[in-house]
Design a protein around this ligand. Structure first.
Ligand SMILES: NC(=O)c1ccc[n+]([C@@H]2O[C@H](COP(=O)([O-])OP(=O)(O)OC[C@H]3O[C@@H](n4cnc5c(N)ncnc54)[C@H](OP(=O)(O)O)[C@@H]3O)[C@@H](O)[C@H]2O)c1
Length: 265
């Protein structure tokens, strides 16, 4: 069991969706919070709500985590405020749905910076303190897209494959030293993600799960010491189990067929 109360978690991308729900669940467990995103107004509102409801201390840091050096800036700010981060939730991320050539190299550089470079840099900054104190660890938000190649979200899926591999590698290095590293691999979830991924997209009603269910699965998985969590059996079956039974080209064809339609192609 994880001794949550009195610990401090830094959650990136806490202004909406999965990050917001994770912040709420952690506050319910009496975890103090450091909320990071660009939308400081939303973070301030959430901070006020959670500190009033649960009596936890909530700090807000406004940062664009796509920019070079942003992880060092966030780390320096937590040091300046005298904060000790016990749990790092690397959640902020975005994708783009469409053909590879539909988006500029600059968009992909931003995606790689946010989804990979900053995530690694934040982990590198906060892990030494966690190792020294023996806890708690890191939750990396990957995706079911980490488990299979995804035509029409090709670069995004590749960033998430990195996140899963990075996360499990770290798990292997730090398990047994009191620091647990876990990847969260949600399937389609009803957040702002799809709108950011491709403004034209129409996600069928009821097709996506809720951010709250994903956050609940993440907390349960972390408490159970899982290396990675895929919330929802249908997600686990379609992304985690079925692809291992079929030829790779068949998997790519099936996934591409679904995502081509979702990307409006
Ligand atoms: N929704 C899904 O279907 C789904 C499925 C699998 C995995 N995921 C992953 O889940 C994570 C959370 O996404 P979500 O679904 O909750 O989407 P969301 O509602 O769009 O939330 C994304 C969060 O990331 C923050 N963010 C985006 N760009 C940022 C930047 N440059 N600097 C700092 N923060 C930034 C956003 O805050 P600001 O805009 O305020 O900066 C927001 O808080 C992502 O890593 C995503 O890849 C989502």
């Amino acid at each position: 069991m994880v001794a949550w109360a009195g610990k401090t978690a830094l959650v990136t991308g806490a202004s909406s969706g999965i990050g917001r729900e994770l912040a709420i669940l952690l506050a319910e467990r009496r975890v103090d919070l450091v909320l990071v995103a660009r939308s400081v107004d939303k973070l301030d509102a959430l901070a006020a709500e959670l500190s009033t409801a649960h009596g936890v201390k909530v700090h807000v840091i406004g940062a664009d985590l796509q920019t070079s050096g942003s992880a060092a800036t966030v780390f320096a700010e937590t040091e300046r405020r005298g904060l000790t981060v016990d749990l790092l939730v690397n959640n902020a991320g975005f994708g783009k749905w469409g053909e590879f050539l539909d988006f500029s190299p600059e968009v992909y550089v931003g995606m790689l910076s946010l989804n990979i470079t900053t995530l690694v840099a934040l982990t590198h900054a906060y892990l030494p303190g966690m190792v020294a104190r023996g806890g708690l660890g890191v939750i990396h938000v990957a995706s079911t897209a980490a488990l299979v190649p995804v035509p029409y979200a090709t670069v995004y899926a590749a960033t998430k494959a990195f996140v899963l591999s990075f996360s499990e590698g770290l798990y292997g290095e730090y398990a047994g030293r009191g620091v647990h590293v876990m990847a969260l691999c949600p399937g389609g979830t009803d957040t702002n993600f799809a709108a950011v991924a491709n403004a034209d997209i129409q996600v069928p009603e009821g097709r996506f799960g809720t951010a709250k269910d994903v956050a609940v699965a993440a907390i349960r998985g972390f408490e159970a010491g899982q290396t990675y969590v895929v919330p929802g059996f249908s997600n686990l079956f379609s992304a985690g189990i079925l692809p291992r039974l079929l030829p790779r080209a068949t998997v790519i064809g099936l996934v591409g067929h679904v995502w081509k339609k979702m990307a409006g192609k």
